[in-house]
Design a protein around this ligand. Structure first.
Ligand code: 13P
Length: 255
């Protein structure tokens, strides 16, 4: 048992159009557990941040953004800044999601710039890390996670770590229906925490939340979040259905 408050995020990715996003947000406001025992955030597409944010306004659910650009404003066609996100109520951002790293080509150095910029802007950051299947099979899981943390967190101070959550999302488990076993996930999470102890000391490392992501659903959530070093989840597919997402948040409450 730990005294870290679990944190569950719903990453809606590029799913749900206006009415669907609004409906899900309304259902979540009605069904999610209170925030005394679990922190909850949802990450809608940019176009629906304002409308979903308005629905979540008086609820305990935080509004999150899936991406952003590091510069305040200027000639960056297509990009959205952190201050624009703040305008619509965003308080937490994802950095380094595997789809941004491996589909859209984001480097560790970009992830680092984003992490530092978001902290500077007063945002909470969920830094996503995780190995691909071939890396896992080659026994490189910890090596990949350590590298992504060392480079992604470069320049982040011990004080700033209170605003950081790590999401361990093994790439081979995302959207595939394949989940790491609770024991395998715990092993990876414990190694991640060891890295944090090495980098920031025991006291800081023991407060950082480490979410698991990758085909987490109501049927496996309790076993996963029941592990010592699994402090919640970052949910994709199952976050698109209010009853599933609610069940996962309830599982985190009873950790
Ligand atoms: P799935 O839950 O669909 O596997 O997605 C996980 C994820 O990528 C959350 O960011």
């Amino acid at each position: 048992m730990t005294n870290r408050k679990p944190f569950v995020g719903g990453n809606w990715k590029m799913n749900l159009h206006g009415d669907e996003a609004a409906l899900l947000a309304k259902q979540l406001v009605d069904s999610l557990p209170s925030n005394e025992k679990v922190d909850i955030a949802v990450f809608p597409a940019f176009t629906y941040l304002a409308s979903v944010g308005a629905i979540l306004k008086d609820s305990a659910v935080k509004l999150g953004a899936q991406d952003f650009y590091t510069t305040e404003n200027g000639a960056y066609t297509g990009e959205v800044s952190l201050s624009m996100l703040k305008d619509v109520g965003v308080s937490v951002v994802l950095v380094g999601h595997s789809e941004r790293r491996h589909v859209l080509g984001e480097s560790n150095s970009t992830c680092n710039q984003k992490t530092l910029a978001a902290l500077d802007a007063g945002m909470e950051v969920i830094l996503c890390i995780g190995e691909k299947l071939e890396q896992r099979e080659a026994g490189q899981t910890n090596f990949v996670n350590y590298g992504q943390m060392a480079l992604g967190l470069a320049g982040v101070t011990a004080e700033q770590m209170s605003k950081i959550t790590i999401a361990y999302e093994p790439v081979w488990a995302i959207g595939t229906g394949k989940t790491a076993t609770p024991q395998d996930a715990q092993k990876a999470h414990a190694a991640i925490r060891n890295f944090l102890i090495f980098a920031y000391g025991q006291e800081v490392a023991s407060t950082v939340r480490i979410q698991y992501g990758g085909s987490m659903k109501p049927g496996n959530a309790s076993d996963l979040v029941g592990q010592d070093d699994i402090d919640g989840g970052l949910i994709g597919g199952a976050a698109l259905k209010s009853s599933d997402f609610t069940a996962i948040c309830e599982a985190a409450v009873s950790k």
